[in-house]
Design a protein around this ligand. Structure first.
Ligand code: NBX
Length: 808
């Protein structure tokens, strides 16, 4: 363990100086924010010193460097994590306590960086943590959004999007590297020129933007390796402040150029419903790709000279979904146009360096760009893509039967659009899915024609999570119990959690597991009270569904279950309901009406149920606004039921399922994504599995044998009642009824099979909560979930990427 402070005394002196230097005040006179900034600055400085050493070691040892390109890095707060990874968390907490301060109060000053939004972004952050922990020279490359997605507020039950001003008080972890800025060229036109008897191409008359990197240290567990996350901000290349306009009083115009440039890195996922937003997205994608590639080539050249043929030996570029799909073409462009390589040599390098992870099979989520828009913004990159596409066509054996259909399925350019997933597959030496079932679906359905051509490219890498952040850090009471029982080796090697199985019949230990859950529930209840005013009871079952809102994730089915239980309890006060708090949290995309209506429905049902004394003893509904990493770390440890109820076949993997499992929640889920692997590892008997399976879903659609109306008519009493309540005024009090949800289901034949799975879901819930009374058995299941969860550490996932994809 590379401890950054030797003892309390040394730390205290350094810390007092740090507070003085940033605030000009004594630690006692400073504010909480000053105290946070000083502590973060101190740790960041130490981290950067180790980073320099890690970097020198990578050079000395000739290590391969891995660049993880992702449009999101949902990193969460760093302070607590870095204190833990540097092995000084307890010591620092004590030292602060001696000075009269509470570490957790200081930690709460840290903003959640708005650099990501969902599973894909959090996965990227977990991977950075694990790469550093495993001693891999691995770097994140992404965008520095000034406002991120949005801050979610709930007004009259509805989601309202506010700007997430996370940078207002500065961000002590980052360092701006003006000296490493890269000029990015947009627009213009391509011209050829002769040099040494060869024709080369360049783009002229471009509109240039400056990409400025900000580096954030990534501290690996034990503090031996510190890597970095480099995020790029868009700025004007030169200041063109219009003094004349300014003096006229036209301030906006005076600085218009800066505003135009900075718009590129203002927002994560600008609304792509309009042309402006789409163009901005494309600019973002090219900016972080191009800047990232120039920057890694620069590092490579300093270490190995202009020996580009050695690139595959020393560099791996991983593309997290298709947002960085331009990595292939952009690297081709630079190698050919600027490093003067021949096409075939460049292609050989690119396809050995680039690899790709797919995160979704939903057709509407597969990125496509109109050729017109793309070629105007990036004319030379488009030419390269066009040539890759031409050669792809040329490679087809037209004597083989069915080649036309295969070409149609795998084409890059089709119907006036560029299909980014196909481009990614063609430019990569490895294509992976994120859970077993998902990788199988990719091979057998979504990318089956590619699989037939190059089966060796395809592989599975089941996702993982940082067990240090989401267990050790988020759940200190349980983590302490675990360490007392099996030692702290599990922090490094999560497989050691297996040893907990020895305690499954230890009544005292199981009681302690229950007590720690109880403490976490109280902690969450206090947070909920402070944030929303709602009082929830830690004596009830905490039933949790927290994730982005999407139709296929079926938050709707969950709240319909709540409505059904409410109806039955009202109709019959003797109907047994295990007292439960139904907890939801998550954001909906701002243009996604159905998802937003589902949020409004949940809050409207909450408003009725929470104010109905006839049921309050046994049920409450709680929507926690603005789901983010920091409150997720309070929610997972408090959960007893983990709702993982996606339509089978649709959730690529899920990762909240793993976080909840590790924290001892029992999965109430469908056989989808990584739920399947969870049930296999922990044993079916320790989860509650229900519903249609992926093959059954496929069969249902293929045979045209599902009719939502029949399902509705077959269960008029309960399902029918719930559906009617969407249209009537039962839950319309806050802001109107939910006819649009009703219509979506009934007019489209229930596309996510909410009604089809409804009864088996409610039955499974009743059976599961019915067993809650036997606390010992419940706690044993919780323990066995934790004990079986080590495999889901992202350390394991990253080792698989390292050995089987990156060869680093
Ligand atoms: O990636 C998620 C999947 O839905 C999860 O099943 C999976 O566990 C996770 C990590 O592999 N996908 C995801 O978060 N996608 C996006 O956020 C996304 C955002 C924009 C876009 C496409 C996908 N255009």
């Amino acid at each position: 363990m590379n401890k950054i402070f030797d003892n309390k005394q040394e730390f205290t002196e350094l810390y007092r100086d740090a507070v003085m230097s940033i605030s000009g005040k004594s630690v006692e006179a400073a504010s909480d924010l000053d105290r946070f900034n000083a502590l973060a600055k101190l740790v960041a400085e130490k981290a950067r010193t180790v980073a320099t050493k890690s970097d020198a070691r990578a050079t000395a040892e000739g290590k391969k460097r891995v660049y993880y390109f992702s449009i999101e890095f949902l990193i969460g707060r760093l302070l607590d994590n870095y204190l833990l990874n540097f092995g000084v968390r307890d010591m620092v907490a004590e030292a602060l306590d001696d000075m009269g301060f509470d570490l957790s109060v200081i930690e709460n000053q840290e903003p959640d960086p708005a650099l990501g939004n969902g599973g894909l972004g959090r996965l990227a952050a977990c991977f950075l943590d694990s790469m550093a922990a495993e001693g891999i020279a691995g770097y994140g490359n992404g965008m520095r959004y000034r406002y991120g997605l949005f801050k979610q507020e709930i007004v009259n039950g509805s989601q309202v999007e506010a700007t997430d001003e996370w940078l207002t008080h500065g961000y002590p972890w980052e360092v701006r590297r003006q000296d490493k800025a890269v000029t990015i060229k947009f627009g213009g036109h391509v011209e050829g020129f002769e040099e040494n008897g060869r024709t080369f191409y360049r783009t002229v008359d471009t509109q240039d933007i400056l990409a400025v990197p900000y580096d954030i240290p990534v501290v690996g567990y034990a503090g031996e390796t510190v890597n970095k996350l480099r995020v790029w901000a868009a700025e004007p290349v030169e200041e063109h402040f219009d003094l004349e306009a300014f003096n006229r009083g036209d301030y906006a115009l005076a600085d218009a150029e800066r505003a135009e440039a900075e718009a590129i890195s203002a927002i994560l996922y600008p609304n792509d419903a309009g042309e402006h937003g789409r163009l901005l997205r494309l600019k973002q994608e090219y900016l972080f790709v191009s800047a990232g590639i120039y920057s890694l080539l620069d590092t490579f050249e300093k270490e190995h000279g202009a020996n580009w043929e050695l690139l595959p030996q020393f560099v791996a570029i991983h593309t997290n979904d298709t947002h960085p799909a331009m990595c292939g073409p952009e690297l081709m462009r630079i190698l050919i146009d600027e490093k003067k390589l021949e096409w075939d040599d460049a292609w050989n390098i690119v396809t050995q360096v680039v690899s790709y992870t797919n995160h979704t099979i939903l057709p509407e989520a597969l990125e496509k760009w109109p050729i017109g828009t793309f070629s105007k913004l990036l004319p030379r990159v488009y030419q390269i893509i066009d040539e890759i596409s031409r050669r792809w066509h040329e490679s087809f054996d037209t004597t083989q039967e069915g080649w036309q259909e295969r070409l149609r399925q795998t084409a890059i350019l089709w119907d006036g659009e560029i299909r980014m997933a196909n481009l990614s597959v063609i430019c990569s030496h490895s294509v992976n899915g994120v859970a077993k079932i998902h990788s199988d679906i990719i091979k057998n359905i979504v990318l089956k024609d590619f699989y037939a051509l190059t089966p060796e490219k395809f592989n599975n890498k089941t996702n993982g999570i940082s067990h240090r952040r989401f267990f050790a850090e988020a759940n200190p009471t349980y983590a302490k119990l675990v360490t007392e029982a099996i030692g702290d080796g599990w922090l490094k090697d999560a497989f050691e959690l297996e040893k907990l199985k020895e305690f499954q019949n230890d009544t005292e230990f199981l009681k302690a597991v229950g007590a720690s859950k109880r403490a976490n529930k109280e902690r969450l209840a206090a947070y909920v009270k402070a944030e929303t005013g709602l009082v929830i009871d830690p004596n009830t079952v905490f039933d949790v569904q927290v994730k982005r809102f999407h139709a296929y994730k079926r938050q709707l089915m969950n709240i319909m279950k709540v409505m059904d239980i409410y109806n039955r309890r009202i109709a019959d006060p003797n109907f047994h309901v295990t007292p439960t708090t139904f907890i939801f949290s998550g954001k909906a995309a701002s243009s996604y009406t159905f998802a937003k209506e589902t949020i409004r429905l949940i809050n409207s049902v909450a408003d009725v149920i929470n104010n109905d004394p006839r049921v309050n003893e046994v049920m409450k509904v709680c929507f926690i606004p603005n789901f983010r990493v920091s409150n997720a770390q309070l929610i997972y440890p408090a959960a007893e039921i983990s709702e993982q109820i996606s339509t089978a076949g649709k959730e690529a993997s899920g990762t909240s399922n793993m976080k909840l499992m590790m924290n001892g929640a029992i999965t109430l889920g469908t056989l989808d994504g990584a739920n399947i692997e969870i049930a296999d590892l922990a044993g079916r008997e320790n989860e509650a599995i229900f519903g249609l399976t992926a093959p059954e879903v496929e069969q249902l659609w293929a045979s045209n044998s599902y009719f939502a109306w029949d399902t509705l008519n077959g269960d008029r009493e309960r399902l029918g009642r719930v559906m009617d309540e969407l249209k009537d005024n039962t839950f319309a009090g806050l802001s109107g009824n939910f006819e649009s949800i009703y219509n979506e289901l009934m007019n489209n034949n229930d596309p996510d099979l909410v009604m089809a799975d409804f009864r088996s879901y409610v039955d499974a819930w009743e059976k599961l909560t019915g067993s809650y009374g036997d606390q010992e058995t419940w706690n044993r299941k919780a323990l066995l979930n934790t004990a079986s969860s080590g495999w889901f550490s992202s350390d394991r996932t990253i080792r698989e990427y390292r050995d089987e994809i990156w060869h680093a």
